[in-house]
Design a protein around this ligand. Structure first.
Ligand SMILES: Nc1ncnc2c1ncn2[C@@H]1O[C@H](COP(=O)(O)OP(=O)(O)O)[C@@H](O)[C@H]1O
Ligand SMILES: O=C(CO)[C@@H](O)[C@H](O)COP(=O)(O)O
Length: 507
């Protein structure tokens, strides 16, 4: 039997999944790690935590499955996008990674526009300068930690750091690297013009591959540590969203998915490179050769619900966890008891500033309309509705850009909830479907490994054969109308509060 390994370095934890060649998951293990938020709007993680979670995950999967490691034909990596990992000349980590949802780089975004011109940045990188992308983070370290920057010999993305630890190669691939804002996205290569304009040396960056290409082999030291066979191939893999796209079969135009993880993303594949000059959504290389993607990102989606779980629902959640019950199931059941609109309570999900459709590092979360009659279920439902309104607002941008969405799939932790899937179907006004495997990014990474290993001929054929729809939620247009009244107000609230968010920041 042949097997493939998918490793997904998420924000809350790393999931390692062993699949057989028919994409059936054999064993899956997740190991979690902390997020450090030393200042309001900052977010960092320890690259060594990711590596330890990978080592533990691989060891646990190999032990539980008992497979012969020689039968594992390839490894695919998927991971949280945009995070900055800096290594010295010996490959040692220089500082904690500044991750995707960090919002400290407002000034650096202005610097980028001054250094290169906003038009040129859009023309080459396919996106206006964004706080969340890696380029602004690099400039921040250069400005604020110059001694440390001087020691930097390698700049990598989170999953590419794991590649380095497994294979010793400094490499990346187009889907994740296009979220660094250092690429010519149309040509799928590093852009000399952007790098020179920003003063970032090309020698610091990894070698560029397509997602399905073989980038190296597991070396002896990593093999001894993990239990893998030395020589096992590691393919490019993909950012977690482009990898989830493969895992949910989103490989051709017209198909799209919504994922609700720590962040939430709406992601559509396109044959042409569609841009939004206002930067409300991102344009990146897809992990399918010759295709691009339009993708939105709500920074604090599942994170908002997690925040509510940790700080508002605490005693019940601890009790649930002790009984082995998923706390989110208790929360969503409570939310379902409240009518649409949460009895006039609207939540804006800007706990970590926002990217889509408002590229704004300074906005923050809001409960609007809070009344003494509201109870915890209202808070939970309004958080879920606010996150969903944000997805709906992004889908409106996709439609405005002429990006077709004929089929909407769903994945991520939030996608496990039938109640949440129905809410999204009602808002979008189209069906929202799950796929049989809920392994998203890990499955996509494993399929990419299968193409690299020659087990599958190409991604489209592999997805046609391996990815199957499971449950579909059909839209209820009466519910759509009821949500629409709140949605109009939800959209107005950002505009109304825009200046107040800036004033709050400046106190
Ligand atoms: N059963 C559930 N119902 C609703 N939401 C859930 C459920 N399980 C997880 N979630 C949400 O999904 C988030 C985690 O999603 P996941 O895709 O595992 O995260 P990541 O890839 O960002 O680490 C949680 O923060 C929570 O908000
Ligand atoms: O920044 C983005 C996409 O642009 C995020 O989607 C990250 O890629 C992290 O994702 P999750 O941990 O929420 O899956």
């Amino acid at each position: 039997m042949e097997y493939l390994l998918g490793i997904d370095i998420g924000t809350s934890g790393t999931k390692t999944v062993l699949f057989d060649r028919d994409a059936n998951p054999i064993t899956a293990k997740t190991f979690e790690y902390p997020l450090y938020q030393e200042q309001n709007g900052w977010a960092e993680q320890e690259p060594e935590d990711w590596w330890n979670a990978v080592v533990q995950g691989v060891q646990a999967v190999l032990q539980a499955s008992g497979v012969d490691v020689a039968d594992i034909k390839g490894i695919g990596l998927s991971g949280q996008m945009h995070g900055l990992v800096m290594l010295d000349e010996n490959g040692e980590v220089l500082r904690r990674s500044i991750i995707w949802c960090d919002q400290r780089t407002g000034e650096e975004v202005e610097d980028m526009n001054r250094m290169l011109g906003a038009e040129k940045i859009i023309q080459i990188t396919a996106n206006p300068a964004v706080t969340g992308f890696t380029a602004a983070k690099i400039l921040w370290v250069k400005k604020h930690e110059p001694e440390l920057y001087a020691k930097c010999a390698h700049i990598l993305l989170p999953k590419d750091y794991i590649r380095y630890k497994l294979t010793g190669e400094y490499a990346t691939e187009v889907s994740d690297a296009s979220g660094m804002q250092l690429m010519d996205v149309a040509k799928r290569t590093w852009s000399d013009e952007i790098l020179e304009g920003l003063g970032i040396e090309k020698r610091l960056l990894g070698k560029m591959y397509e997602s399905q290409d073989v980038t190296g082999e597991v070396h002896q030291e990593a093999a001894a540590l993990t239990g893998l066979a030395a020589g096992t191939i590691v393919v490019g893999g993909a950012g977690d969203n482009p990898a989830a796209a493969i895992g949910t079969g989103i490989v051709s135009q017209g198909k799209a998915f919504t994922t609700i993880g720590t962040s939430a993303v709406v992601y559509a594949v396109s044959d042409r490179m569609a841009l939004d000059p206002k930067g409300r959504v991102h344009t990146l290389c897809a992990s399918v050769p010759g295709k691009w993607t339009v993708m939105s990102c709500t920074q604090a989606a599942g994170l908002s619900l997690q925040w509510l779980r940790n700080h508002v629902c605490t005693p019940e959640m601890a009790e649930a966890a002790e009984k082995g019950v998923d706390p989110y199931e208790i929360m969503t059941a409570e939310a379902a008891r409240v009518p649409i609109g949460s009895e006039k309570l609207i939540y804006l999900p800007y706990l970590m500033g926002e990217r889509s459709p408002h590229p704004d590092p300074d906005c923050r979360g809001v409960f609007f309309g809070l009344s003494a009659m509201h109870e915890r279920p209202h808070l939970i439902r309004s958080v879920m509705e606010g996150i969903s309104f944000s997805q709906w607002e992004c889908v409106e941008v996709f439609r405005e850009m002429g990006v077709p969405i004929e089929d909407m799939m769903i994945c991520g932790g939030g996608g496990r909830s039938p109640f949440w899937r129905q809410m999204l179907a009602d808002m979008y006004g189209c069906s929202v479907s799950t796929v049989q495997s809920d392994q998203g990014g890990a499955l996509g990474a494993a399929i990419l490994a299968g193409v690299g290993a020659g087990i599958y001929s190409d991604l489209e054929t592999a997805c046609d054969a391996l990815v199957r729809k499971k449950d579909s939620s059909e839209p209820n247009m009466a519910a759509n109308g009821a949500y629409a009244k709140y949605f109009t107000l939800y959209k107005e609230l950002y505009r109304t509060l825009f200046q107040s968010f800036k004033d709050l920041k400046n106190i």
